[in-house]
Design a protein around this ligand. Structure first.
Ligand code: SF4
Ligand code: SF4
Length: 236
């Protein structure tokens, strides 16, 4: 196994060839904020929260592979400023009113805001009129809370194999859609497995009829399912 030696926040570390900077940093005990990333799903580098400085350039750590003699900084003042700015822009883009959200206390966007010290927004909230899709008998979709991380798209495609979700539209009209923009309840490809709900980092996807405390995103079950699939545990 080839090993790369690089500098991480001023410390020399060794990483396996092919690892991403995010993986290498986590193994070294360095925490880099992420939002679109979910272990076991293909990384897409969509949210840009995991940017790090590599030899002076900004690179997404979830997509950048380790290389010999890289000089990587993960917590510079510039990075912290950008990360805070990204979270503020996400809050301003749609309608994130935590106090009336089903994910209140169980939301990765909320956690990031607290971690990065976002206590007010410097950008005017856009307050778009977003739909809520309650056509599925078990789950709901509130576009107001969606941060377009595409975790639902990837988990449904890569893990469940249904590919019910996709992304349509551009800019402020960008939306996640089910089965070529049918209401979710009419999407014949959906197996009602609930993996997309488990993967969603915010209150955009939720269990219908469940209270706030019951609407937890069950990441442990999801990770167990992903691991079982990767290791083919169901085959004897
Ligand atoms: S419930 Fe399962 S099959 Fe249906 S959209 Fe979500 S992940 Fe896909
Ligand atoms: S519905 Fe949830 S998982 Fe899907 S893109 Fe929006 S925030 Fe991400």
């Amino acid at each position: 196994m080839a090993v790369k030696t690089l500098s991480l926040d001023g410390q020399l570390i060794s990483a396996r060839d092919g690892q991403t900077l995010l993986e290498a940093a986590r193994e070294s005990g360095v925490s880099i904020p992420t939002l679109c990333h979910l272990d076991g799903l293909d990384p897409v580098g969509a949210c840009r929260l995991c940017l790090v400085e590599v030899n002076g350039r900004l690179m997404p750590s979830c997509l950048t592979r380790v290389a010999e003699e890289m000089e990587v900084w993960t917590q510079t003042e510039r990075l912290q400023r950008y990360r805070k700015q990204i979270v503020e822009l996400l809050f301003a883009e749609r309608n994130h009113i935590c106090s009336v959200c089903v994910a209140n206390g169980n939301c990765e966007l909320q956690d990031l805001a607290m971690r990065l010290g976002v206590d007010h927004l410097r950008y005017a909230p856009q307050e778009p009129q977003c739909e809520v899709d309650l056509s599925h008998e078990r789950y709901g979709l509130d576009h107001n809370r969606c941060v377009l991380c595409t975790r639902c798209v990837r988990v449904c495609d890569e893990i469940e194999g249904a590919h019910t979700w996709d992304v349509a539209g551009r800019g402020t009209n960008c939306r996640v859609i089910t089965d070529l923009h049918q209401p979710w309840g009419s999407a014949s490809t959906c197996t009602s497995c609930g993996k997309c709900v488990m993967a969603c980092p915010t209150g955009a996807l939720f269990h219908r009829g469940a209270s706030v405390s019951e609407n937890v995103h069950d990441r442990e079950t999801l990770h167990a399912l992903i691991l079982a699939r990767e290791e083919k545990q169901w085959l004897v």
